[in-house]
Ligand binder design. Structure first.
Ligand code: UGA
Length: 440
């Protein structure tokens, strides 16, 4: 099929390129001319494993094109995917839907024949109905269907998630749209993907409930980790012990410095707001929001305590800046919160991340206060403490002997439990992990 995807952000780009991989022809639209020019030259604006290779073969097969010409892209396809951003409105925590609604108007005005208009952007319950009203208002004679098709792509594993999905959720109102969507996803269905056909409100809510539930799981294990430290238990054993119960499952039970990224913090807040707007109590969700915000700050206290209650003029090496491994994204990254707070306390920061230094530089702004390094060893040199903030695999195999020789004080604060504790102790480090150091 010929598909138009509007928005070449994370979701739009991954979906657009992966639709080519499953045999469709795709036009990607964005109003950012520079980005479109780069994409037409094969330059990827994001780092995502395998995506550049798929783009390369799709371009060679002439399956994909990038344009700023929305009207022509709409004219050429029956299926139009909306994949523009829904950033958090900082004033009230709601999702900012202005880009989605603007695109709905643009689609309505540019369409001359039947369209299936599919929302992939993460939007609160009720948004697709509003999109429908906007389109009807702008172009009353247009025949169209609306579909809610939320995405479940994890950054760093997005291509894999797209091509081997646990489920494809389709909120649909009519058969014509159902037939079109079935056609689009048929190649994945052949590969055993489960398709859930449901109503639009349920599809919209599935997305928020899924992300919020996972966030609850992380918030929960982080609190259990705190308890482990007090009672001399090992959270890794507790995670394993509860995760083997299939009703609980082993995933998302790794404690850490709190969840970040462009999805969980934004979506859980938006769900809480939706509940409030509907006079429904969301006490569990609200508790996780505050527990996660406090968690990032508690990590700062943990570092200061480990540094004998004073980080003033001390050099702290931060390994990992991205909100998680496999991405260059630093949005709501615990590492950024930690760096900002440590700087306020007078610490000097040596930072290392294999992918996220550029984005960290943008996020921190004043970069005279941080030194960036291109490997963990140079970052560790002369440091009073080494903090592991992101779960990059490379930190599992750090050469501890070398780090011990390079650090001023042999101190590791491992916020992701990456280092082998017994080895760290063998080499004579003061080592603090998460949920594994009994203090009694
Ligand atoms: C999340 C969801 O996992 C995707 O299914 C969803 O499609 C996506 O949001 C979205 O809404 O677009 P993502 O934000 O890429 O994906 O990241 P996750 O892998 O879910 O991790 C989120 C945060 O939780 C990270 O900061 C990570 O370090 C943290 N985390 C995750 C933990 O602290 N412990 C865990 O056990 C798992």
């Amino acid at each position: 099929m010929k598909i138009t995807v509007i928005g070449t952000g994370y979701v739009g780009l991954v979906s657009g390129i992966c639709f080519c991989k499953i045999g469709h022809e795709v036009i990607c639209v964005d109003n950012d001319q520079e980005k479109i020019a780069k994409l037409n030259n094969g330059v990827m604006p994001i780092y995502e494993p395998d995506l550049a290779d798929i783009l390369h073969s799709a371009s060679q097969n002439r399956q994909i094109s990038f344009t700023t010409d929305l009207a022509s892209a709409i004219e050429q396809s029956e299926a139009i995917f909306i994949a523009v951003g829904t950033p958090q409105d900082e004033s009230n925590g709601d999702a900012d839907l202005s880009f989605v609604y603007q695109v709905a108007r643009d689609i309505a005005l540019a369409s001359k024949s039947y369209k299936v208009i599919v929302t992939k952007s993460t939007v609160p319950v009720g948004t697709n109905q509003k999109i429908k009203q906007i389109i009807k208002g702008c172009n009353p004679r247009l025949e169209f269907s609306i579909v809610s098709n939320p995405e479940f792509l994890k950054q760093g594993a997005a291509v894999e998630d797209f091509l081997n999905p646990d489920r494809i959720v389709l909120g649909i109102e009519d058969d014509r749209a159902q037939n079109a969507m079935t056609e689009i996803y048929r190649p994945l269905q052949k590969a055993n993907a489960k398709i859930i056909y449901t109503d639009i409100a349920s599809a919209e809510l599935i997305k928020y409930a899924a992300n919020s539930f996972l966030a609850v799981k992380i918030g929960f294990i982080n609190e259990i980790a705190n308890l482990c430290e007090k009672v001399g238990a090992d959270v890794r054993e507790v995670s394993k012990g509860i995760g083997l119960d299939p009703r609980i499952g082993p995933k998302f039970l790794n404690p850490g410095p709190g969840f970040g990224g462009s999805c969980f913090p934004k979506d859980i807040l938006a769900l809480s707001n939706t509940a409030k707007q509907n006079n429904v109590k969301s006490s569990i969700i609200d508790a996780v929001i505050s527990s996660n915000n406090n968690r990032k700050l508690a990590m700062v206290d943990r570092i200061i305590t480990a540094c004998n209650n004073n980080v003033g003029n001390k050099t702290i090496a931060i390994l990992g800046l991205a909100f998680k491994a496999g991405t260059d994204d630093v949005r709501y990254s615990p590492a950024i919160v930690i760096i900002k707070e440590l700087l306020k306390k007078g610490a000097k920061i040596n930072a290392y991340d294999s992918q996220a230094i550029k984005n960290c530089q943008r996020a921190i702004g004043d970069n005279s206060v941080i030194k960036y390094f291109d490997n963990p060893y140079d970052a560790s040199k002369g440091s009073d403490a080494l903090v592991i903030a992101t779960e990059w695999d490379e930190f599992r195999s750090l050469d501890l002997k070398q780090i011990k020789e390079l650090q001023k004080t042999p101190l590791i604060i491992d916020l992701r439990n990456m280092v082998d504790v017994s080895k760290a102790q063998e080499f004579g480090f003061d080592y603090f992990g998460i949920g594994i150091n009994p203090t009694q």
